[in-house]
Design a protein around this ligand. Structure first.
Ligand code: AMP
Length: 540
């Protein structure tokens, strides 16, 4: 027997409808790419999102078409998200920090038809345009006055394009499991893989992160959404902020310490979210200027392990609560947050700060478990580390256009992280199974760097591992086994890599060893190398 409740599909545009109807006066503030601060309301954002949908339909876009964005966090970018999704098309966020071949692959794999692009990124697409065969139109997110002279074919200024339609448009109706958004994530080897969110997963996830023990957004909050919309679904903020009716501040391209501080202060921001590298810039600025954070209540830090020093500085020196979070693109992306709970509320301050170094505990809608190499579940004792598996309604089960399931035989997703879970449910990442390095929130493929390095004359074998770095969270160390008789040195190896890999992938140091450890199947034992070099200090 079925229940007798209404059939009300969870569609992303219902979030902006709710925000506009019940909190329509709430502001969205943007540091624009053109420079000045722009202000509008949630009601304006809804109205302009409807116009985006109407203009896209006029341009022939329909259910399931892929429409890309390459843009900073701005109100215009938010409008494109709701407009694309509300038409039933799929919003594909392009990460401008990827290099040419990856972007080229991603756009072609997704078969993007239209790209919304910020002024900053026009040159990136101009360099690639001849290889982006599926794209039939470029919409530059600016007005006619700022429209650049561009070689992009069929390019139009966003405000002019939008000017041709009004907001008299009805959102489309479709099943809540319809695809809403696409975000590619870099794998260890091979091409990036497309994570395909549904309307249902996005709505559920937006609500999930608003739980008081997760980000806890309230309508009184002002959220500075620093985590880029081209990263991991912007940690759900595009959905959770209108759901809460909170005020949203968008930093545009200004992610440096002084620019972030200016918005935190002038806009009286109460909550914010970003990766540790961004916070390092802010903390340095605060120290240099003696500035304080009187309005800020809490800061979400994730995407990479939050350094203990950062937790202490925010909490003890600036009186800001740190919410350390962990997750991944495939999880929509939030998986855990480290808020205190009843059983930890009686711990002394020092013990609580220590606990915050862990990655946190699962909210409702995320299940975690840790298993050994044979797939047997390990005890929740805070010591037994193993493969971290997850499941839930906002977690991927496959990748776009890839055959087969991404899950284990019994339906769990293997995160590639190695972790333990303690008796109270707090999870701690202890290592990484997947062979990648996360620098400043962006992935470096160690395998690709190794493949190039072994081409250097005199190099017999190369291994690249990520080691902690004070500014970038992790940086690559290149470990080289020389060919017999070779005297190849660090300078020669780095010189060889120069120009063959992205500049920011360049290893910070090279060390030479007599042996590189291997597994029984001949793979380099990265975990053993990370242990061997755990005390290594980069020279830069
Ligand atoms: P992404 O899909 O780019 O968001 O990357 C997800 C991966 O980043 C996770 O699987 C972890 O390896 C890493 N990660 C994210 N948050 C944290 C954290 N708080 N501590 C340690 N690693 C993290």
């Amino acid at each position: 027997m079925l229940g007798l409740m209404q059939d009300y599909p969870l569609l992303t545009h219902t979030l902006i409808d709710h925000g506009a109807l019940n909190h329509g006066e709430r502001e969205m503030v943007t540091r624009s790419v053109e420079g000045p601060i722009r202000r509008c309301t949630l009601a304006d954002v809804r109205s302009r999102s409807l116009r985006v949908a109407k203009a896209l339909e006029r341009d022939g876009v329909t259910l399931g078409d892929r429409i890309a964005t390459m843009a900073w966090n701005t109100e215009r970018h938010v409008e494109t998200w709701f407009g694309i999704m509300g038409l039933g098309a799929i919003c594909h966020t392009l990460n401008p920090r990827l290099f040419g071949e990856q972007l080229d692959y991603i756009v072609n794999h997704a078969e993007d038809e239209i790209v919304f692009v910020d002024l900053t990124f026009v040159p990136i697409l101009e360099a690639l345009k001849d290889r982006l065969g599926s794209v039939r139109k470029y919409i530059v997110l600016t007005d006619a006055d700022h429209m650049p002279d561009t070689s992009l074919p069929n390019a139009v200024a966003y405000e002019e394009w939008l000017g041709g339609v009004d907001d008299d448009f009805a959102w489309k109706h479709f099943d809540e499991n319809t695809a809403a958004a696409l975000c590619y994530t870099s794998g260890t080897t091979g091409h990036p893989k497309g994570v395909l969110y549904s309307h249902r997963s996005n709505v559920l996830h937006g609500l999930m992160v608003n739980q008081p023990d997760i980000f806890g957004l309230r309508s009184e909050d002002t959220m500075l959404a620093i985590v880029p919309m081209f990263h991991a679904n912007a940690w759900a903020l595009t959905f959770s902020v209108p759901a809460a009716g909170a005020r949203m501040v968008m930093p545009g391209p200004g992610l440096d310490g002084p620019s972030i501080y200016e918005l935190l202060d002038s806009e009286r921001v109460t909550a914010t979210a970003a990766v540790p590298t961004v916070w390092l810039g802010l903390l340095q600025y605060l120290e240099q200027t003696g500035s304080k954070l009187p309005h800020l209540e809490r800061v979400v830090i994730g995407g990479a392990a939050c350094p203990p020093m950062m937790i202490r500085k925010f909490e003890l020196e600036y009186g800001v609560e740190v919410i350390h979070g962990w997750g991944m693109t495939e999880m929509s992306p939030v998986g855990t947050t480290g808020k205190m709970k009843h059983a930890t509320s009686t711990l002394d301050r020092e013990a609580q700060l220590k606990l915050k170094e862990k990655q946190g505990r699962a909210p409702f809608l995320v299940e975690l478990k840790v298993v050994d190499d044979e797939g047997r579940e390990l005890p929740r004792d805070g010591k037994s580390s193993g493969h971290l598996l997850v499941r839930g309604p906002c977690i991927s089960r496959g990748y776009f256009k890839l055959e087969g399931s991404a899950l284990t035989g019994d339906g769990w997703f293997d995160t590639g992280d190695i972790a333990n879970i303690d008796e109270l449910g707090y999870m701690q990442i202890t290592d990484r199974d997947k062979d990648v390095i996360k620098s400043g929130g962006e992935w470096i493929s160690s395998i690709e760097v190794e493949n190039v390095a072994v081409g250097c004359p005199g190099v017999a074998e190369a291994a690249v591992i990520g080691l902690p770095h004070p500014k970038w969270s992790e940086r690559p160390l290149l470990i080289v086994l020389r060919e017999p008789g070779s005297e190849v040195d660090a300078e020669a190896v780095l010189g060889y890599l120069d120009g063959k890999i992205a500049a920011w992938w360049m290893p910070n140091d090279v060390v030479f060893v007599d042996e590189i450890p291997h597994t029984a199947t001949g793979k380099i034992q990265k975990m053993a190398l990370r242990k061997q070099f755990k005390d290594f200090e980069f020279s830069n």
